[in-house]
Each structure stands twice: as structure tokens, then as C-alpha cells.
Ligand binder design. Sequence first.
Ligand SMILES: Cc1cc2nc3c(=O)[nH]c(=O)nc-3n(C[C@H](O)[C@H](O)[C@H](O)COP(=O)(O)OP(=O)(O)OC[C@H]3O[C@@H](n4cnc5c(N)ncnc54)[C@H](O)[C@@H]3O)c2cc1C
Length: 501
Amino acid sequence: MPPPTLLETRDEPRSVEEAPSAAWRNPRPPGTYNLAILGGGPAGILAAYAAAEVGAKVALIERNLLGGACLNTGCIPSKSILRTSQLYADMRHAESFGTQAPKDIRVDFAAAMARMRGIRARLGRRISAERLRTLGIDVYLGAARFTGPNTVAVDGTGLRFRKALIATGSRPLIPAIPGLAEAGYLTHENVFDLTECPRRLLVIGGGPLGCELAQAFCRLGSQVTIVQREPMFLSQEERDAAQILSASLARDGVDIHLNTNAVSVRVEGKQKLVDLISDDNHNTVTVDQILVGVGRTPNVQGIDLEAAGVEYDEVDGVRINDFLQTTNSRIFASGDVCLEHKFAHIEDASARLVVRNALFWGRQRLSALTIPWCTYTDPEIAHVGIYVTEAIRKGIPVKTFTVPMHDVDRAIADGEEEGFVKIHVKEGTDRILGATVVARHAGEMINDISLAIGSGIGLRVLARVVHPYPTQAIAIQMAAAAYNGTRLTPFRKWLLRRWLQ
Ligand SMILES: Cc1cc2nc3c(=O)[nH]c(=O)nc-3n(C[C@H](O)[C@H](O)[C@H](O)COP(=O)(O)OP(=O)(O)OC[C@H]3O[C@@H](n4cnc5c(N)ncnc54)[C@H](O)[C@@H]3O)c2cc1C
């Protein structure tokens, strides 16, 4: 029996650069696979689980580390260090909660990063090649590429498949800034390998990744500057949500440059000098490290999609229809390699969708899924459904019910009053079109609303859901109750008054 591989081979946290264990032996292909999966990130692994569960013969091929970006360089490491950074931020405000924190609380950056790596190693053990094998999944470690419309090769071994899933994910997009490559930069692929906190850090990009890591590093002790080309952070979110985030980052001490482009980089000694342009203003910041977080680009190269008859483009990735099927009807795609929204939590639903559609003639549509998302800054910003601007563009009349968190008892008690719950309904009805929640635990709160949208539950029913008191999620019920209030027209009020008399 081959020894455990990758994450299971040691107790010590490992670096993401490590090659797969040399001791691992790929299986010998047993015949034609029901499903061959290229890529062992969340999209690939969850599809492998779902297919193996229903008895399919599954091959899962991973060229680097099982768990993909989410486990190794994305969701898990970022959330782990955000937790530490939040703890430090809370301790700094201990006095406002009536406690005395020692004056010499220090950030032990190396220890915080070691904690993160320990968490990553622990979660990684759940999806080691050995563990997946016990679930009936044939794991191949090596780079995959198509050799025909129903064949794929892994380091010289050929596999035949009835159906295949492309789940090769994405990689950081690097902006063409003169001098950047020569000066050196960090991306999410290596920032979590740091053991020393950069004294001065420039974050390029004000999307979820840039904002989360700017706040985390600032709270952990870096002097952080963030540049964002757009006039606001999280450019697709609602303006007031983004403004709250700006204010929060500024309070933490992040130096914010909106509407600004980083245009060139040069090195002087150990320092990096970055020229910024905002309208006619030129500015230079001096930093020790630069973190690039301007987006992700799909991994469509090196897998010979042409040999399989799968169409793609470099920007949007593999071309799929609403059933996640590519231009080769045997081959499906899921995850970052083809989806507009690049989130790990879409992968579970899309994995089940792929298994039904690929293996059981299902006709499940991606567009039928209700997909919320959240940026895990402090406060968190979560959204589901459509935005007001989108509704206006589509000519849908919208009415919005808003509850500020400073009206919510538990938020006041917790000292977490920043933010709001905003629910948009189609005017004249209680049908929920979308919602934005800005609150410390917005990522948890949005789920009530996702469930309501996904199940066709309107505000009238949501208003009747009993929430434990006091919780912050009561804000959702309060917004729903505000809708009920609008149903009490002057005529109805008059009728009620008459009845009571
Ligand atoms: C810093 C950061 C924080 C994030 N935080 C969150 C979050 O909080 N919540 C959330 O939902 N999402 C988050 N994301 C996004 C999330 O990580 C991705 O959406 C998710 O990992 C995509 O899964 P995937 O399986 O499609 O691709 P990936 O995770 O990229 O996995 C693809 C896998 O395919 C492998 N591969 C590629 N080519 C080949 C080949 N030729 N042969 C074999 N294998 C191959 C790669 O090595 C990789 O392991 C975050 C991302 C980043 C960068």
C-alpha cells in the first residue's frame, strides 16, 4: 500500500511549493472511466465525491496540490489570518468593552502564519490522495492534457473516459506594470508563505482579495497602502456597502488610493518605489513588498483543449452552456476555469449538477442556482440575487427595505453597529429579488435570504420566521416586518380601527 501522500506525510505544515510525494504511485487505468476529472481543487474533488458516491468509476487528476487554490492559497489561509487579525483588532479596542488589555500585546506574525499552515494541513488531511482512494476515487498525481475527444493523458499514461470534467481552476492575473516583474511581487500563491510581516505593503487591487488581505496585514502590523483603479472598493457591490468598507479600512490605518493606477515600479536598495497616477496627480509610494490582487485568469493552457474539441477563450475560460456542458458534449466544465463568479461554494452545487447532467441525463441548469457571496472584511459584505442597478437596467421596478445595524439590539450589545440589511423586492409584491448585508457576520446572515429566494419565500413569510432574541439576524425579520407595515394602507387602518371600536 502506498504511504499517505501530500498533506498526510507530516505533522508539520508544508509549503505550497512542495512537489507531490515521490512515494505515491498512480493507479493503473482499469478501463474506461465514467468520469475523468482534470483538476483536484474544490470543483474537481466535490464532483469526484458526488460521482463516486453513486458508484461511478472516477479518475481525479491533480498536477500540484489537492485542494486547489481554496485550501492551499485562497479561502482557508486567508480566513485563518483574518481571524488572527480580527482578534488583535478587538484586543486593541478592549477598553471600549470595559476591559483592560495589557499594553504590550504584540502580533507574533510568524506564529499567526504557523497557525494558518497548521489549519491548512489539518483540513488537507481530509482530502489526501490516500483518503480519496478509500472513497473509491482513482487519484492520479501529474499534469493532465487531452489527447482526443474521449482520452486524456497524465504524464504519459493514457486514460479513456465516457465523460470528463474540466476543473483546472484559475491563477493570478498579473497587470502589465513596467518594472513590476523585475522588482518582484507577491500573489495569493506565495503571500501565505511569509514568516515575517512586511513593514510596508502595497496592495494592488480593491476587490475581495485585495480588501481582505489589506485589512488583515494592516491589523497584523504592516503599514498598508491600497490602490484601486475604480472609484470604490468591491466595484460590483452597492455603493453604501463599499463606503462602509472604505471607512473601516481607513480607521484601521490603511492608506487608500481610489481611482488610482499603479503605473511603474523601480527598486532602490531593498525598497520598491511605485508610481501612482490619479487623474492629474502623480504620487510615489515606497514599500517593502507588493501584493497583486487584481483578479484571476482561467487555466485553459497546456491541456490541449483543441484535441478534445473544447472551445475556450483566454479571458472567460472554457465555453459552457447552462448545463455546464462544453462544445464537446461528453465534456463538462466547472469552477474558476469557466464561471464568471469565482467562489469555492459554487463548486458543491455545480459538482452535483455535473454528476446529474453528465452521468444521468439530467437537465439541471446553472442559472437555476441561487448563489450568495461574501467578502470577509470587518464588517463583512454579503450579497445574493440582483443589485438595484441591475434591476433598473432590466426595467424591473424595485422597492428596498433597509434596517441599519444600529437599530438592532444585539448589534448594539456587541458593539458591532456598523452596516445594514437591505432587501430588494419587486415593487407591489413581496418577491425578494436580492439583498445586501453589511455586518460583522454578514456571511452567516445572508443564508436566510438565500433560502428565501431559492425557495420562493417572500417577505410576508420571512416576517413570520421567529428568530431567537437577541441575534443580529433579527435585522432580516425587521426588514420583512417593515414590508408588512406597508401593507397597512390608510383604508385598512380605518377598517381595523372601526372593527376594534
Ligand atoms: C486569496 C483568496 C481567497 C479566497 N477566498 C474565498 C472565500 O472566502 N470563499 C470562496 O467561496 N472562494 C474564495 N476564493 C476563491 C476560491 O479559492 C476559488 O473559487 C476555488 O478555489 C475554485 O475552485 P476550482 O476547483 O475551480 O479551482 P482551483 O481551486 O484553482 O483548483 C484547480 C486545480 O486544478 C489543478 N490543475 C490545473 N491544471 C491542471 C492540469 N493540467 N492537470 C491536472 N491538474 C491541473 C490545479 O493545480 C488546481 O489544484 C478565494 C480565492 C483566493 C485567491
